[in-house]
Structure formats: C-alpha cells, structure tokens
Write a protein of this length. Sequence first.
Length: 230
Amino acid sequence: MDKKRMSSLALGLIVLMNSCKTSSQVEPTPTAAPTPTTTPISMPTSIPTPIPPALSARTEVPCRSGPGDLYDLVVNLQAGEKVEVVGKAEAFWIVKPSEGAECWVSYEQVDIIGGVSSLPLVPPPPTPAPAVPARPEHVGLIKKTCSIDYSSKPAMYVNEFWLKWMDKSNNEVGFRVYRDGDLVAEVPANKTNVIDIVSRRNKRVYYYYVTAYNELGESKSDVQAFSCGK
C-alpha cells in the first residue's frame, strides 16, 4: 500500500473518531414536566337548623281540649311560658305543653316564635255533649277576721270568712256557697271567691262546701270546716 493511500485512510479514521466524539457530547433536550392538575375541594355548605315553631304566653292563658270554652281545660299556660306549636286552626294554635295532652290556645295574648307556614291545619274535635259541670276543688280561706259585738245583748261573736275555691269546669252558670247545709251565697260563672259573715252567741265550727251548677244540675265540693276557735 502506498504512502498516499495510507494517509487518506488515517485521515478518514481521525474524522470518523471526531464525529463519534461530538455526537456523544450532545446533551439531550430536557422534556418539560407535566403540569399537575388541581382538583378544587368542595367545602360543605352550612345549612341553618330551622327553629321549631313555638309560642310564648303574655299572660295566663287557658289551653283547652278544643277551640272554645265548651271544651275541657287541659292546662293554664303561665305568663312567659313557652310551648311547642304542632298545628293551627282558625283563631287557634294547637300546642304540646310539657305536661298534659295537646291542647288549643287562642291567638290572643300569645306571641309566635319561628315559622308556622308549614304547620298542618287541624280540624276541631266534636263539640262536647252537655253535662253537669265539674265540681269545684280546694275550698279554703283567703283570710278570716273574728270579733265580738258588745253592742248587742247578749254579745255576739262575729265571724268573717273570705272563702275561695278552684274552678274545674267550663260550662257552669255559676257557683253556690253552703254553710251548714244552708245556701248563703251565689256568684256568677268564673268567680271563685266570696265573703260570708255570720254572727252567733257562742264560738263554734262552721262547715262549708261549694257547688258548680248549670241547667243540668250541680256538683258539690268536699266539705271544709272553719272557725275562729273556741
């Protein structure tokens, strides 16, 4: 092989080696990292708790088994007392007191708390059949005064009894007060007190009872004994 050819081969080998070296030194083009996808977090929505409908009595209010005085008294709501409202009717709310059954109270003298638009309409119960009124209870004394009238001869013991009782009926015409079996006073419906003055020559015990009456009859309370002492 002549020198000229050998030189050409050597030159080609050098060029080839430099080409390979250059190729190995080329840095790869960096690939961009994928952008992470952010999923929005859904925050729970706060739903306000609805206020159960209720009412507050402005003063003492009767709550009955139906709409009106013909129905039995269930309970008297006291001034400031709050009760749950469970239904409505014309001019009345149906409530659930803490004690006793559900009962009806008039729109008057009460304040509503909370929404009542979704309350059910409640039909009134049947009107009660006519009956003798319930008997009065808890006959007692508000006070008494005892004195001696020396202006009469002989002197007289004067007893003044301030009587009271509890009205348990809703259909009475009035009340009658009896002392020792004798009628001594008569008062209209819903009045629950009377003053009885009796004079005797000696100190003694007097026996009282009260009746509630209407056109069907009267009902008698327990008998109570009162005196100014002996």
